[in-house]
Write a protein that binds this ligand. Structure first.
Ligand SMILES: Cc1cc2nc3c(=O)[nH]c(=O)nc-3n(C[C@H](O)[C@H](O)[C@H](O)COP(=O)(O)O)c2cc1C
Length: 192
């Protein structure tokens, strides 16, 4: 593939929330996780941690998240809950994301969280380039400690960063207006 084609795929990528089976195959997931391993990473800490939740376990994951949220001090309204259910019950694969906190490391936490974000972006780009729909969510119970612990990411050792919903898009993925990069890029030549 020419580099322009690869870049075009990134330029035209869009998240897609509404997905259904089939999920990526083991081979496709393996390729995407291999790409995640190439994220920039100060100190070679490889702080990213992912857990794959396959279709036979998605109901357990979703019910666990929703029950914790509904028993929290900020339960979803009936209307919101119905909308969440309509989306999430059809998702055939989730990938949870966390950053490992290494207390002995000299590398600041924000750098490790950024490296985890970069690894996740490689994962997202790879899966989207294969034609899958991907949506990064920090919704439902992401910020409830018990949820993080239940997923195996003890908040003492990990920063939980949400989950990817992955599957086959239910419809063609709408393109978004992305804005003009000139408004985000400036030249610098000397201290202000
Ligand atoms: C760390 C992170 C967490 C996110 N959490 C949510 C979320 O909980 N709910 C939501 O509607 N969008 C969330 N988003 C945004 C969507 O994943 C998606 O990026 C957004 O809908 C814009 O689509 P795009 O990726 O095509 O630009 C999150 C994005 C990131 C990077």
């Amino acid at each position: 593939m020419q580099y322009k084609e690869a870049i075009e795929l990134m330029i035209n990528r869009n998240s897609m929330k509404l997905v259904t089976a089939p999920a990526p195959s083991d081979e496709e997931l393996s390729l995407a996780f291999t790409a995640a391993m190439s994220a920039p990473d100060h100190g070679k800490l490889r702080p990213w941690r992912f857990k794959v939740i396959r279709q036979e376990n998605t109901k357990t994951f979703v019910d666990y998240a929703i029950n914790l949220r509904q028993n929290s001090d900020k339960p979803l309204t009936d209307e919101k809950l119905a909308a969440v259910r309509q989306w999430i019950d059809d998702v055939p694969l989730f990938i949870t994301i966390a950053c490992h906190i290494d207390y002995n490391s000299q590398i600041p936490e924000q750098e490790r969280v950024l490296a985890t974000g970069c690894a996740t972006m490689n994962l997202i780009n790879s899966l989207q380039m294969m034609g899958y729909g991907v949506f990064w969510s920090t919704g439902i119970a992401t910020y409830i400690e018990e949820f993080q612990t239940g997923l195996g990411f003890d908040p003492l050792d990990y920063r939980f960063l949400g989950f990817l919903a992955v599957g086959t898009p239910k419809m063609s993925i709408p393109q978004k207006e992305r804005g003009d990069y000139h408004n985000f890029v400036e030249e610098w030549s000397a201290p202000l």
